[in-house]
Design a protein around this ligand. Structure first.
Ligand code: C2O
Ligand code: CU
Ligand code: CU
Length: 485
């Protein structure tokens, strides 16, 4: 098998892509088609394969100021578990999709080719792209058609982002089949550029007894914090990441799961957080034992591995129930130290970058999350309607939003088009750093708690505000924010 096949398909090799109308129709059939099928725990998922490096989406522009590429979304088949050929939906024939590597200041033109049998979009999660390029549910791309997304990457936005579909009421279905991929924006002056740079995209995949993708039902998404499934890193279950003893590495962790909180911890190690959703912190947050990463969020950590040769450590999700019990932990990845002589540790710079002060707020509002019973997920008492405007602001106005969660479960709230600062919270549940010194585009709002964010929009148009537990989003926990010039 050549390297490309390994990258694309994980374990057991390629089977040519098949047309998928039948399976899709079956999944979409009946009452919105989101009911889960029987899930079998007995499928033998292989573990211990090498950590899969990402394919990089090729830039066909000769000019360094421009990134031009085509991104194809299509069904394909892969052998993930013995005895089954699983239909996945992927970008570029891979799950997760290829890494899109961009540079601050670049003009980006990506042709999206929808070869799925339903409407889709590409949303550039976390990037401040213009509203009409944001891939929201108002701008569906019909099956068998293509559209071009064009935007410019502003200075100061270096960081770790991701792309995924955002089609009306089928985001869960599409992400559950594998449609998502990482975006890395490089900055001109990256103070950590000398470190090994490893991207770890965490996703879940749930297969039924026949080895086919089972999509989480709204009922399951509503009643439990996690709809289960296998937790994968770069598309593989508990892969092995090989590194030299003593190595200092930058790990970019993405929570691309539909609904699973990740309470990250590495056995026997402490780490520094150096970046959140919107890029570098002003200074490293050192000596942490764990970090809670909500669905949709990213975190960059710097870890210096112990100097013992040939040792193994496990990167874990310790488990977090999101207001609904303790949650259960899971091993994510094994770190395997080589037998080489230990590397000398690399000291982190004390200062990473200055953080912009948004200045005093000119407006304050409450945004209330309610419902939480089966099928009822509301923002300010209403279920999503793309033809209605729920929140209004003006370009450049700095606002405080009190995100008030009246439900019995946590909701990770995401605002499109901008990065915000978390400036207050009512509860002891960790949403750190909550002192305004980091950029986020998703913040966890704990059950019964309030989180205050300071936010601002810089482009006129309509933006989505929603819960990033995808079954909640599809069920209506999403609002339209209209930004006026
Ligand atoms: Cu990552 Cu509106 O989504
Ligand atoms: Cu988004
Ligand atoms: Cu939610």
């Amino acid at each position: 098998m050549n390297r490309r096949d390994v990258l694309r398909l994980g374990t057991l090799g390629a089977i040519p892509a098949l047309a998928s109308g039948g399976a899709l129709a079956q999944m979409m059939g009946g009452g919105g088609g989101m009911m889960g099928r029987t899930i079998s725990a007995s499928l033998a998922w292989p573990t211990g394969q090498p950590l899969r490096p990402f394919d990089v989406l090729a830039n066909r522009s000769a000019d360094a100021d421009t990134f031009a590429a085509t991104l194809v979304a299509a069904p394909f088949r892969a052998s993930l578990v013995p005895g089954a050929s699983t239909e996945l939906w992927g970008y570029g024939g891979a799950v997760p999709g290829p890494m899109i590597e961009l540079v601050e200041g670049q003009r980006v033109a990506i042709e999206f080719d929808n070869r799925l049998s339903i409407d889709s979009t590409v949303h550039w999660h976390g990037l401040p792209v213009p509203p009409d390029q944001d891939g929201g549910p108002m701008d569906p791309v019909a099956p068998g058609t293509a559209r071009r997304y064009e935007f410019t990457i502003p200075a100061g936005s270096a960081g770790t982002y991701w792309y995924h579909p955002h089609a009306h009421q089928t985001t869960t279905l599409q992400v559950a089949h594998g449609l998502a991929g990482p975006i890395i924006v490089h900055g001109a002056n990256d103070p950590l550029a000398a470190l090994d740079d490893v991207t770890l995209m965490v996703s879940t995949l749930t297969l039924d007894a026949a080895g086919q993708v089972a999509t989480p039902s709204l009922a399951m998404g509503g009643m439990a914090m996690s709809t289960g499934g296998e937790v994968l890193v770069n598309g593989r279950k508990q892969p092995v990441h090989v590194a030299a003893p003593g190595a200092t590495q930058r790990w970019r962790l993405l929570n691309a799961t539909a609904d699973r909180y990740l309470r990250l911890s590495l056995d026997g190690h402490r780490f520094a957080v150096v970046a959140t959703d919107g890029g570098l912190l002003p200074r490293p947050l050192a000596n942490l034992a764990e970090w809670l990463l909500a669905p949709g969020q990213r975190v960059e950590i710097v870890v210096t591995l112990a100097t013992t040769r040939a040792a193994r450590y496990v990167l874990r999700d310790l488990g977090y129930g999101g207001g609904m019990g303790a949650g259960s932990g899971v091993a994510l990845m094994t770190v395997q130290a080589t037998n080489e002589a230990p590397k000398a540790p690399v000291a982190l710079p004390a200062l990473l970058r200055p953080l912009e002060d948004l200045g005093p707020p000119a407006f304050r509002r409450e945004v209330v999350l309610s419902g939480g019973m089966m099928g009822s997920f509301l923002i300010d008492g209403r279920s999503f309607d793309m033809d209605r405007v729920d929140l209004e602001t003006t370009v450049g106005r700095v606002e405080l939003w009190d995100l008030v969660n009246t439900t019995m479960m946590d909701h990770p709230i995401h605002v499109h088009g901008t990065q915000f600062q978390v400036v207050g919270r009512s509860s002891a549940v960790p949403v750190a750093p909550f002192d305004g010194t980091a950029w986020f585009d998703v913040v966890n709002v704990p059950a019964g708690g309030t989180v205050t964010i300071k936010t601002r929009q810089m482009a006129p148009g309509k933006r989505m505000v929603h819960c990033h537990i995808l079954p909640h989003e599809d069920a209506g926990m999403m609002a339209v924010l209209e930004v006026r010039a």
